[in-house]
Design a binder for this molecule. Structure first.
Ligand code: 5RP
Length: 251
């Protein structure tokens, strides 16, 4: 694995309506996508309070973060996992997996995203863990999104939007979505950790993510959808050819 090299930090401000760009670190133009994911995962460790119980997301970028937690032996007291896969990986690193009902608050939740826009709204759930991710994120004071630069978009929707549905309601939810002009497609034989199915909505251009998030959640039979707009990211660590860029939710 190539070394990330020395950190070169500089201040960049990109406007008041966009997230504030705090700094760029580790300029390494030839990094692979996995190296970018590892770089943001490593950068996220800075947001982890020593001795805390934190929330941990799901996916390949979150896996790099779990590996960083494992390497930082004893840094945290434990973690609430957003999926069975994450729980298993945490345990393999000897990190205690804590039941969310045992804690009333988490200082931070670290997770990847399928898309993130300038308002720090995200599409998540490519790995099918959207419901537990949204639950753990809801309990966290700070959401730190870690992603490579391919996930940054101007408008959400090119990535199919996952909707978790109770299996007996699938037909009803599909009809409701079609009536809204959506193109829902069943995600094969996939079953979520909650025993449900996923409809992926293709071909969206989401101008008002918070409104769509609420509207989809109002359909009877929908457990949740992969729009994280009402509770978006507070911090985004984006790995690109210029290094890791830190974006902050506008105040
Ligand atoms: C899983 C998720 C992931 O965070 C999202 O799919 C990004 O995954 P990756 O880091 O593998 O690109 O929401 O449900």
């Amino acid at each position: 694995m190539r070394s990330a090299g020395a950190a070169a930090e500089r201040q960049v401000t990109i406007g008041v309506t966009l997230p504030r760009c705090i700094r760029l670190i580790r300029p390494t133009p030839t990094m692979t996508q996995d190296e970018l994911k590892q770089a943001v995962a490593r950068a996220a460790i800075e947001y982890v309070p020593a001795g805390a119980v934190i929330g941990v997301g799901t996916g390949s970028t979150a896996n790099f973060f779990i590996d960083e937690l494992g390497a930082a032996k004893g840094l945290i007291r434990g973690a609430v996992a957003s999926s069975e896969a994450t729980a298993a990986r945490l345990r393999r690193h000897g990190i205690a997996v804590v039941d969310l009902n045992e804690v009333s608050e988490l200082p931070v939740y670290v997770d990847g995203a399928d898309e993130i826009d300038a308002g720090m709204s995200m599409i998540k759930g490519g790995g099918g863990a959207l419901t537990r991710e949204k639950i753990v994120a809801a309990v966290a004071r700070k959401f730190v999104c870690i992603a490579d630069a391919s996930k940054r978009v101007d408008t959400l929707g090119r990535f199919p939007l996952p909707v978790e549905v109770i299996p007996m309601a699938r037909g009803h939810v599909e009809r409701e979505l079609r009536a809204m002009g959506c193109d829902p497609r069943l995600r094969g034989r996939f079953v979520t950790d909650n025993g449900n199915q996923i409809l992926d909505i293709h071909g969206l251009r989401i101008e008002q993510p918070a409104e769509l998030e609420a509207r989809l959640n109002n359909i009877v039979g929908v457990v949740t959808n992969g729009l994280f707009a009402r509770r978006g990211a507070d911090v985004a660590l984006i790995g690109g050819p210029d290094g890791v860029t830190t974006l902050q939710r506008p105040q």
